[in-house]
Design a protein around this ligand. Sequence first.
Ligand code: SAM
Ligand code: SF4
Ligand code: SF4
Length: 335
Amino acid sequence: MAPKDKMGRRLHDLRISVTDRCNFRCPYCMPKELFGPAFEFIQRQQLLTYEEIARLARIFVGLGVEKVRLTGGEPLLRRDLSDLIRLLAKLPGVRDLTLTTNGLLLPKFATHLAAAGLHRVTVSLDSLDDGVFRRMNDVGVGVEEILTGIDAALAAGLTPLKVNAVVQRGVNDHTLVDLARHFHGSGVIVRFIEFMDVGTTNGWRLDDVVPASEIVECIDRALPLEPLRANYPGEVARRWRYRDGGGEIGVISSVTQPFCGGCTRARLSPEGKLFTCLFASAGHDLRAPLRAGDSDEELRQQLTRLWGTRDDRYSELRSAQTTRQPRIEMSYIGG
Ligand code: SAM
Ligand code: SF4
Ligand code: SF4
C-alpha cells in the first residue's frame, strides 16, 4: 500500500544524492570561501554503496516511487556511476530515471550513462554570457564546455533534456532572454529557478530573488508565452509554451508561489539519511539499519512510518519564519 503523509501527500519521487563533492563552486550553492581545501567532505566508507542505494530504491518503488533522480554535489564525480544506473534501470516501476548535472563531464560519460539505462538528464546552465557564467561557477568553466556537454547528451538520446537556470537579481537576470532564445525551437526545455534560501552558507536575501511572475513577463515580452497544464499533480515547474510553437519553458517558484501541497519528494543523502523536506535540519539514518541487517520488510515499515509522520511545508511557512534554523546544504542533498 502506498503510504500518505499527514497532509495526504503520496510518495512519488526519490532524489538520491550520490556525493557532496563538486567540481564547481557556484557561490549560491558552495561558496569557495566556505567549501575550500579544509572543508571536510563525507569519507568514502561513509557513503552508501551502489548495492545499498539500489536496495533502498527498490523498497521505495514498492511504496509508490515512480521517478528517480540522481544528484549531488556533482553526481558524475562519483566513480562508475553507470554501475548504479544499471541497477536502478532494472527496477520495475521506475518510469523516469534521470540525473541533474552541471554538464562538464557529459562529453566523457553521456554514452555510458545512456547505455546503462539512464532515460534523460537535466543540465544546469545559468547563463550563456561567458563572463556571467564563469562568475556563477567560480572555477573558470566557460559556456562552450557546457554546450558541448549538452550536445553529447542529446547525441546519446538522453532526452527530453532540460536546462536549469537559477536566477539571481543583479547577477544573471539580464541574460534570461538570451538563454530562452538559444534553446527556443530545439526541444530543450529551459527551467528558470527562483534563488532559494537553502542551507546557511549562500548569503540568501529576499532582494536577490527574481519572482517567477517577473521572469515570465520578461521572456513573454521577447517570445510570447501561454500557460500549459502540469504533466502530473505535484510537478514543481509551472509550464509555459511559446505561442509560435517553439516549445516550452518551466518556472520553479518555490519562494513566491510555494508548492508544498503537492510535494511528493523524498531525498536520500550520500551517507543514507532520508530527508522529507529540502529545508529540514535533520534526516533519518537508514544506513545503520541497512548495515545492521534489517530485512526489506523491516526497512519498508520504517519508511512507511517516516513518510506517515511527515508534515513538512517549509516554503509555505517561510514568510512566517522569524529565525533561521540550521539547515542542510544544497550541495549535500542536491535540490
Ligand atoms: N551539481 C549538479 C548541478 O548543478 O546540476 C547537481 C546538484 S545541484 C545542487 C542541483 C540544482 O540545484 C542545480 O540546478 C542548481 O542550480 C540548483 N541550486 C543550487 N543551489 C540553489 C539555490 N540556492 N536556489 C535554487 N537552486 C539552487
Ligand atoms: Fe556544484 Fe551543482 Fe552546487 Fe553548482 S549547483 S556548486 S554545480 S552542486
Ligand atoms: Fe517540499 Fe519542503 Fe519544498 Fe515544501 S519546502 S515543496 S515540503 S521540499
